[in-house]
Ligand binder design. Structure first.
Ligand SMILES: [Zn+2]
Length: 266
């Protein structure tokens, strides 16, 4: 599969009608029995948190999984993957899912990474200054802990799909099975250094020390406060939008299939 070659110095691909996408994802979620909560509202945009309970009659306890996307307004594959995942409704029966389909709706109307003030929301999780992230953290504080988190992104510079793994307790890794599933639908970035970090077969296992870094991304907050295992999935923006959506969906479905159940997430 060839790169499109249209992203130079930033993302220059498709834009999406984020209001329509959010309307569709909320409608589809409600059709499938999910609860929908709006935890923040500004300039006519709603910040949605969708919640799917395990199906009635599930005998085994399932994993509690948090999925978020759309924090960068120039990464349309994430909210579209969220919509398609809800629409397809192929979740493990006993899984409890918390899905935040778009954390930066204003950014999508501008096709830019930051919010309407140009602030990168994914650097605001340590001492949050923005109303959006304060509201998001307040929502997170009301939720139980998660067995697994998945943050869906795109990278306009990358040569293929890659992921970051956070797994401080060395639980069985899901990274290889995620990459194996994604490579059936999207090239994997073969680089041995991605975003300044050593990588192998599209997998980055950064040794993070959150207390040493002032500008926490969402994943740092999640691994510090809410979960002991998680993955940031990065689809390559220089490939067709359908390929990027398929990559994120394949990654999520592979992670769901192997999700750990801690039994202590309460
Ligand atoms: Zn991103």
């Amino acid at each position: 599969m060839e790169r499109l070659g249209k992203n130079h110095g930033g993302y220059h691909g498709e834009m999406i009608d984020i209001r329509a996408v959010l309307r569709d994802v909320e409608r589809s979620a409600q059709l499938h029995g999910w609860a929908s909560e709006c935890f923040h509202e500004s300039n006519g945009f709603k910040w949605l948190a969708l919640h799917r309970k395990p199906e009635a009659g599930s005998k085994e306890p399932g994993a509690r999984i948090y999925i978020s996307t759309g924090i960068h307004g120039d990464e349309p594959a994430g909210p579209l993957a969220a919509l398609k995942l809800v629409h397809e409704n192929r979740w493990p029966k006993n899984a409890e899912i918390f899905l935040l389909p778009c954390l930066n709706p204003a950014g999508f109307t501008l096709n830019r990474r930051g919010n309407s003030d140009g602030i990168d929301l994914n650097r605001d999780y340590r001492n949050p200054q923005t109303a959006e992230i304060r509201a998001h953290i307040a929502w997170l504080e009301r939720q139980p802990n998660f067995d697994l988190y998945l943050c869906l992104h795109e990278d306009w510079e990358s040569h293929g799909f890659y992921l970051y793994e956070q797994n401080p307790d060395s639980k069985p890794s899901l990274a290889e099975q995620i990459v194996e599933a994604v490579q059936k639908v999207c090239p994997i970035d073969p680089s041995d250094n991605i975003e300044g970090r050593p990588a192998k077969n599209g997998i980055i296992r950064p040794n993070i020390r959150p207390h040493e870094r002032p500008d926490w991304p969402e994943a740092f907050y999640l691994i510090s406060q809410k979960s002991r295992q998680g993955y940031t999935l990065e689809a390559p923006s220089d490939f067709p939008l359908a390929t990027r959506i398929n990559a994120l969906m394949a990654g999520v479905n592979a992670a769901l299939a192997g999700a750990p159940i801690s039994g202590s997430a309460c």
